[in-house]
Design a protein around this ligand. Structure first.
Ligand code: ZN
Length: 500
């Protein structure tokens, strides 16, 4: 429940200029943790994936995970960053029950990657988001507060700590502040995270499942009166865990801060919590300054000095990145920017690509995924990728339509069978008897029956009212339960009612 006063969004952007920035944490998908050999598999029994290193027992020494360093450099390269030729880990000192060492091994003034950028598109406009740094650190454990209503520490009977997550490699990607986007700020922030997620997927460095916390955002937002030379005081909304929430949190902070500034009040520099249910933020602790962490170089780890030749090899081996891929597919499929945006927003681009690879016509593949299948996913309240149909099966379905085995209406019934687990589209056509009836004796009998059953209609048609034929077509389609081809039925009716 929020009691914040909020200004209407249109009034905010009429009088104030927003600046936002994002710190994004990505859990890497390495098999083992950052500084020990413990497994990183999600969902294990609490505290079963731990060892003296990640529990920080006395005398245990860390060894850096080479795969995590490589993944971080690849992320940096994909974001156009400079890769450090020499850098170090640093200790970030703070006490919290979920960090057993009493400090987090992170990077401070010597990050692995610096000075990159990411271009994002919103409504056909391109916005450049500058990347300040990409650095490598380790995740914390997880506190579980038991006995309270909210899962928060307030009101809980006791708390438990699960260290399975402690020490999982975490990459932090920090943008520079993004000014000058005005009313588009919430959408550009969201588009940035969406594009970043696509890049991470293309690189294969993380599963980036936001609902599992593989990717978590801290969103900085500030406002200054339009035309002001100085930026306003920023707030930092922590752990924003969905694309929609990124957009909502920026919008909410803009409206909340504007109402305060309108009343001549000051914005407090503080961290804030985002509430998914209401879309609001509430005050957390006031923000520590960097010096509070007493950073110093990690003495237990050797510095990192990536070999220039190796970095160039990693650069040469980067996969096709999402923006380049979209441009290529737009060209190959002959579709517009807007049509591509629909595919991306529907989460259908990969599915359509795979369906085309399996032999479907691009236009047909788009039609099925954006139309019928999107509707089914929406009705079932699931993502497109969660539907029990594969791109290869959709390709087979379009093939059945193209060769005339089924029409669109029958194809939807075929889909019912596939989604119900009855097998491939061809198997469902056979088992449910869904093939279109050709000019067969069976169809001929249905046509004759329709003619015999409606002499008045036949009279009208013969008298020149050919539009009345539609009623007879409808009768045959009904009789054959949609399995006849309407054009064939019409031709057969014309032959028998009017023909020679
Ligand atoms: Zn361990």
């Amino acid at each position: 429940m929020s009691t914040d006063r909020l200004l209407e969004f249109d009034d905010v952007v009429a009088r104030y200029e927003p600046v936002f920035g994002l710190e994004t944490h990505v859990e890497l998908g390495t098999a083992s943790k950052m500084f020990c050999g413990c497994s990183t598999t999600f969902g294990a029994e609490p505290n079963t994936q731990t060892c003296p290193v990640c529990l920080a027992l006395p005398g245990a020494l860390p060894v850096a995970n080479a795969a995590a360093i490589e993944a971080t450099i690849r992320i940096g390269l994909a974001l156009g960053c400079r890769i450090a030729t020499w850098c170090r880990f640093a200790r970030k000192n703070y006490f919290y029950p979920d960090i057993p060492k009493g400090f987090q091994t992170s990077q401070y003034d010597e990050p692995l990657c610096t000075a990159g950028h990411l271009d994002v598109e919103v409504d056909g406009e391109t916005y450049r988001v500058e990347i300040e740094r990409v650095h490598l650190e380790e995740d914390t454990g997880k506190n579980l507060h038991v006995g309270g209503a909210t899962g928060r520490i307030h009101g809980a009977d006791h708390s438990l700590v699960d260290f399975n997550r402690a020490g999982i490699p975490l990459v932090e990607i920090v943008t520079r502040p993004v000014p000058g986007v005005g009313a588009k700020a919430p959408e550009v922030a969201r588009a940035y995270v969406a594009e970043l997620r696509e890049i991470l997927l293309a690189l294969g460095v993380s599963e980036v499942r936001m609902e599992r916390g593989n990717l978590r955002c801290d969103v900085n937002t500030s406002l200054a009166p339009t035309g002001s030379l100085e930026w306003g005081t920023r707030t930092e909304t922590k752990n924003v865990n969905s694309l929609r929430s990124v957009e909502r949190s920026v919008r909410y902070e803009m409206r909340r801060q504007a109402a305060l500034l309108d009343d001549g009040e000051r914005i407090l520099q503080e961290t804030r919590h985002f509430h998914e249910d209401t879309g609001s933020t509430s005050a957390g602790r006031s923000k520590e300054e960097a010096t509070d962490y007493r950073y110093f170089p990690e003495p237990d780890l050797v510095p990192m000095a990536p070999d220039a030749g190796w970095v160039e090899q990693l650069r040469a081996e980067l996969p096709e990145l999402p923006a380049a891929r979209r441009a290529r597919l737009r060209e190959e499929w002959g579709i517009s920017d807007t049509e591509m945006a629909w595919l991306v927003n529907a989460g259908a681009l990969g599915l359509v690509t795979d369906t085309v690879s399996a032999g479907a016509d691009p236009a047909e593949a788009r039609k099925w995924w954006l139309g019928e299948l999107s509707r089914r996913a929406k009705d079932a309240g699931v993502e497109l990728t969660d539907l029990a149909v594969t791109p290869a099966q959709v390709a087979e379905l379009t093939q059945l339509v193209a060769e005339g085995t089924v029409n669109d209406q029958l194809a939807r019934q075929v889909l019912d069978g596939v989604l119900a687990g009855e097998g491939s589209p061809r198997q469902v056509v056979d088992s449910r008897g869904l093939a279109v009836m050709g000019d067969s004796d069976e169809l001929g009998a249905a046509v004759d029956a329709a003619i015999a059953g409606a002499p008045d209609v036949v009279e009208k048609v013969r008298g020149g009212k050919t539009a009345a034929l539609g009623a007879l077509v409808g009768a045959v389609m009904k009789e054959t339960r949609g399995k006849a081809d309407a054009a064939t039925v019409r031709r057969m009716l014309e032959e028998r009612v009017l023909g020679g």
